[in-house]
Design a protein around this ligand. Structure first.
Ligand code: HH2
Length: 277
């Protein structure tokens, strides 16, 4: 198992679980839509997340919540690029959450250190946009498309199908020349999965890949399903989810609530080891 994740400017040590802070520069994200949807508010949010201890910032200009309408590439670039350029000296790796090759290329030009693709770099154009540079990549599994993915997800065996998908996408990236230490994988919690399927995947993180695993379940409907809480009330449930994912092998957790997640990891890792104090 690789213990480092190589990005354009930073080499991330995965010995301690890493916290990726979510920055949605969107009007319609499921839990924070409209709160950081212009560059100034997004930047203030980024500064807050860095102060709270975010290891990575993940900037997105398109909501991918179930049922979300697509955004065109020009609008997505106009949301993301000013934030990236202004954050050049933030001292943290900057990830861009996009599934559009045109946005990937523009984001890398504007200083992104990594690309997080919820479509898992499934097209030749997506691979072409990222293959040459030194940027890190997150390869996520999704069944279908955000507009319809939760209508009726069907799998013969969700764990082996997600494992197979991730394996094939990583092989395609490797064949295009992408170094292994640039890649992490993500089962895509909530992306075309029922709640039992989400739970099966979370219990099986170590079986999904021999690459590091990133998990995002912050405030998601799985937490609502398990606790009966609205998105705004899901902090404690999300912390439970992050801890469960880390214990099952996640190296990176993608979260809205950075300070609370850093505290959770500090206490958990002090108890979990090392043996000597
Ligand atoms: N989840 C969301 C978006 N991007 N990327 C990865 N790698 N893994 C995830 O689980 C993931 C992701 C959805 O969450 P959010 O960004 O909070 O909401 P929205 O899509 O409505 O903007």
């Amino acid at each position: 198992m690789s213990t480092c994740w190589q990005t354009t400017r930073f080499r991330i040590d995965l010995a301690r679980p890493q916290v990726m802070g979510i920055v949605n520069v969107t009007p319609d994200s499921f839990s924070d839509g409209g709160r950081h949807d212009d560059a100034a508010r997004a930047l203030a949010h980024c500064e807050r997340l860095v102060a709270e201890g975010a290891d990575i910032l993940d900037i997105g200009g398109e909501s991918t919540r179930p049922g979300a309408p697509p955004v065109d590439a020009a609008a997505e670039r106009a949301r993301v690029e000013p934030v990236l350029r202004a954050l050049a000296r933030a001292g943290r790796p900057l990830s861009v959450d996009t599934r559009k090759p045109e946005v990937m290329a523009a984001a890398l030009d504007a200083g992104a250190d990594m690309i997080n693709d919820i479509s898992g770099f499934a097209s030749e154009a997506a691979i072409a946009a990222v293959r040459a540079g030194p940027a890190a990549l997150c390869v996520m599994h999704m069944q279908g498309d955000p507009a319809t993915m939760q209508v009726a997800p069907v799998y013969r065996d969700v764990v082996s199908e997600v494992r197979e998908f991730l394996y094939l996408r990583v092989q395609a990236l490797r064949a295009a020349g992408v170094a292994r230490e640039r890649i992490v994988v993500d089962p895509g919690i909530g992306f075309g999965k029922t709640q039992p399927q989400n739970l099966l995947l979370l219990r099986s993180l170590r079986e999904l890949s021999d690459l590091p695993v990133l998990v995002g379940l912050s405030r998601k409907s799985l937490i609502g399903h398990l606790t009966g809480r609205t998105a705004a009330e899901r902090l404690a449930g999300s912390l439970g989810g992050a801890l469960g994912a880390i214990e099952r092998g996640a190296s990176i957790v993608r979260v809205h609530d950075v300070a609370a997640t850093r505290d959770l990891i500090a206490v958990w890792s002090a108890i979990a080891g090392p043996e000597k104090i």
